[in-house]
Design a protein around this ligand. Sequence first.
Ligand SMILES: Cc1cc2nc3c(=O)[nH]c(=O)nc-3n(C[C@H](O)[C@H](O)[C@H](O)COP(=O)(O)O)c2cc1C
Length: 187
Amino acid sequence: MEKVFKILGFAGSLRKDSYNKSLLRAALELVPEGVELEVFDLEGIPLFNQDMENQPGEKVQEFKAKIKAADAILIATPEYNYSIPGVLKNAIDCASRPYGDNAFAHKPVAMMGASVGMMGTARAQYHLRQCFVFLSCFALNQPEVMVPFAREKIDKDGKVTDQKTRELIRQLLESLVTWSRRLTRSM
Ligand SMILES: Cc1cc2nc3c(=O)[nH]c(=O)nc-3n(C[C@H](O)[C@H](O)[C@H](O)COP(=O)(O)O)c2cc1C
């Protein structure tokens, strides 16, 4: 019997009613059999200060430990000013340091994102992909889950009601697991 495949998910938004948190909640309902998705809240991660990188606080230590223990990572990113939010970049920076202890190294990672505009976080996602190069993680290319006009696809209770979006998230999760298993076999 194959062991449970563990995905750690987090959203680059601290907003209570975040559309990106909604994407992760939908993912929790759509995980394939034998897959466990844990959602981590970035609230409480302090601003990165390189003077302190060898003494990370409890929250950063917990975040890094969970990333390392996961078989794969799933990020739901908003788009802020055509890029990723500072909250997300800061959390990534914290988990990537100190040099030589980058929690993301060699992790398979998938992304998705929802915005209220027409681009569905495309610009933010391509910036995020750029970060993955130096982080040395293995980004899944397809499917690209870019959810535009989020207000029409996520209801007031935070449920993703759009069936096409749900199907894309399901495909993303399946592809992430397949991609990760293929990488593990080739390493
Ligand atoms: C500082 C800021 C910058 C934003 N920039 C963009 C942007 O570049 N493109 C876009 O589509 N939406 C932009 N928005 C709107 C977001 O899509 C919207 O706030 C969305 O709800 C954020 O994701 P969340 O619901 O997960 O918090 C911006 C919002 C904020 C607060």
